[in-house]
Ligand binder design. Structure first.
Ligand SMILES: Nc1ncnc2c1ncn2[C@@H]1O[C@H](COP(=O)(O)OP(=O)(O)OP(=O)(O)O)[C@@H](O)[C@H]1O
Ligand SMILES: [Mg+2]
Length: 329
């Protein structure tokens, strides 16, 4: 999972116009088929650049811009997935609106204060002091959790029932935090280590309870729309008054595993609406998972784009074009 770092690998792939070119009306038709690999808003101070997002300073607020960059195994590929950043932002905004009763979040607007050239992929958000743990919740046993379970019978120090099959639903969702590595891969930790990292046991307990409540709510919503939310990751911060606030992206295909419910069956890995499709392609190329990552071929780019858009449409119940129309994206 993610680590904060500067962004040396991002560069527009050949034929991808720079941000300024996207403003020109004559390239409007091309926008859906090209990806925005780096956003460059010359007028605003750049605070940070992660694997996917640029954060710009708006004084007491932030402009958070999701690019079309995609990483697998924590390495960013040279070319992006057209519209991916807009899907991530649209889905996050959908969930921010739905989950405010569980915990306050950093979302302020997807239009007011958002420059034209990044409409649809950007939000204005509250600045937070981010907590140094990634709050992972798992409702099904898969991925690294499945590996840990097979080796030890436990995940994140939590003893699980014997005899679980790959992708099986857990008796109850579990909190399996990880570090937020500055570089390289995040490391799985247990609850006690998470409490140490945030320096406050009560706060860690709150993180766990809120994360599980968010997962339960989102799992139920997605399930009604034919999607299984297998697991997900949240990031929280504290506001100026020390209140816990949900930040970053939420319940997107980059931060979650989404499986189609109609084909779900335990005992094997599942097809998904997330990065697994690109990961599968990447691992069969023979790439050793160290930088530089290979260029993603056109048919994998298009297949990935379709999956991201399908995730948006299934979960929100509206066409992706409705999000673009609402935000001028
Ligand atoms: N409201 C907020 N205030 C301050 N920082 C935020 C806020 N919301 C999210 N962030 C941080 O902004 C960054 C988002 O960028 P991006 O998702 O591209 O990073 P990343 O490569 O995934 O790295 P990270 O492991 O730090 O998430 C993250 O570091 C995240 O913790
Ligand atoms: Mg991130």
């Amino acid at each position: 999972m993610p680590g904060r770092r500067s962004f040396p690998d991002a560069r527009p792939s050949p034929g991808v116009p720079a941000t300024s070119a996207l403003r020109a009306p004559e390239v409007a038709v091309a926008i859906a088929t090209v990806s925005l690999v780096t956003s460059a808003l010359a007028d605003l101070p750049l605070l940070a650049s992660g694997k996917v997002r640029e954060m710009y300073d708006l004084g007491d607020r932030l402009l958070m811009v999701a690019s079309d960059r995609i990483s697998t195994y924590d390495v960013v590929h040279p070319n992006g997935i057209p519209d991916k950043g807009k899907v991530l932002t649209g889905l996050s905004v959908f969930w921010f609106a739905k989950t405010g009763h569980i915990v306050p979040n950093h979302f302020l607007s997807a239009t007011d204060g958002v420059p034209d050239e990044v409409r649809g992929r950007a939000i204005v958000a509250r600045k937070l002091r981010m907590l140094p743990v990634e709050c992972v919740v798992r409702g099904y046993i898969t991925g690294s959790g499945w590996k840990d379970y097979q080796a030890t019978g436990k995940v994140s120090g939590i003893e699980l029932p014997p005899g679980l099959q790959e992708s099986e639903r857990l008796p109850t969702p579990i909190f399996t935090p990880s570090t937020k590595a500055e570089t390289g891969h995040d490391e799985a930790i247990d609850f006690e280590q998470a409490a140490e990292l945030v320096g406050d046991r009560d706060l860690a307990t709150r993180l766990r309870d809120v994360s599980i409540a968010l997962y339960r709510f989102a799992h139920e919503h997605a399930r009604e729309r034919g999607v299984i939310l297998a697991d997900t990751k949240f990031e929280f911060g504290l506001d100026d008054d020390g209140r816990l606030v949900l930040g970053d992206e939420v319940l997107t295909p980059d931060s979650s595993r989404f499986w189609p419910a109609d084909t779900y069956a335990p005992g094997r890995s599942q097809p998904s609406f997330d990065k697994q499709y690109v990961r599968d392609w990447a691992s069969q190329t023979g790439w050793d998972k160290t930088p530089p990552a290979p260029e993603i071929p056109a048919e994998i780019v298009e297949g990935t784009r379709q999956r991201y858009i399908e995730a948006y449409e299934r979960i929100t119940g509206e066409p992706f074009s409705a999000w673009l129309a609402r935000t001028g994206g």
